[in-house]
Design a binder for this molecule. Structure first.
Ligand SMILES: C[S@@+](CC[C@H](N)C(=O)[O-])C[C@H]1O[C@@H](n2cnc3c(N)ncnc32)[C@H](O)[C@@H]1O
Length: 219
């Protein structure tokens, strides 16, 4: 069970179980990357859609009541409205959660944004509109604090590998790359499954002492 419960049930069958699996994957990924959130982290959930994973992100990053700032951003206004309805009133005092509709490829022009400790892109879509996603990744990387991490998940291997390769060409350093052994296959899309892959990046620099690329996580 996820601690932070949505105020409104998920729209689709299976999502509650998916986010529980994502919680394990994310926790293992951050451990493999040897990254821990600071006190009062600033977090950006980019291209978040309905942001079904919001409770899981809070839980993995700050537990139950510790302070956090989280912004969810997506092009699609209807999904953002739904995210707001589901999660808008579920935070503890001191926790800030905001959802905005907007273009994630333009975050460099959003002047009120702080630098981020953690940027998450779940089910990134590099395959579909490569040009937009290149811009989106470039600005996401630039929006990170020096000590921050960018975490992506993907539905399928090829798209994941293309995104990882691109991120590395723009100076991101991959700290962990995991395959989820129990991700839920999408019935209508062979080869695709929910949070099938997860990778953790930071801006280029030396790996934290003692860390290494995770090859075979235990979930
Ligand atoms: C595959 S969906 C994933 C949605 C959500 N993260 C999830 O896992 O359910 C990709 C999302 O990217 C969003 N998106 C694509 N390009 C975007 C952009 N430039 N700015 C903001 N959102 C964008 C779409 O609206 C869509 O919600």
């Amino acid at each position: 069970m996820v601690y932070m419960q949505p105020a409104k049930p998920y729209s689709y069958h299976g999502v509650a179980e998916d986010v529980v699996r994502l919680r394990s994957l994310l926790a293992v990924g951050l451990r493999a990357a040897d990254w821990k959130p600071p006190h009062h982290p600033t977090c950006l959930n980019l291209a978040c859609g309905r942001a079904d994973e919001t409770g899981v992100l809070f839980e993995v990053l700050v537990g139950t009541t510790a302070p956090i700032f989280m912004l969810g951003l997506d092009l699609r206004g209807a999904e953002i409205d739904e995210a707001r309805e589901r999660w808008g009133c579920t935070c503890a005092p001191g926790q800030e959660l905001e959802f905005r509709s907007g273009d994630a490829a333009q975050i460099d022009k959003m002047q009120s944004l702080p630098p981020f400790d953690f940027i998450f892109i779940r089910h990134q879509n590099f395959w579909s509109t490569v040009g937009d996603w290149k811009l989106l990744y470039t600005h996401a990387l630039a929006a990170l604090k020096e000590t921050g991490v960018l975490v992506i998940t993907s539905y399928f291997d090829k798209e994941h590998e293309l995104a990882c390769a691109y991120l590395q060409t723009i100076g991101a350093e991959r700290l962990a790359d995991l395959q989820h052994p129990h991700s839920r296959p999408l019935k209508d899309a062979p080869g695709k499954s929910v949070d099938r892959r997860l990778a953790v990046f930071r801006q280029s620099g030396a790996l934290p002492e003692g860390s290494q690329l995770a090859a075979s996580p235990t979930l």
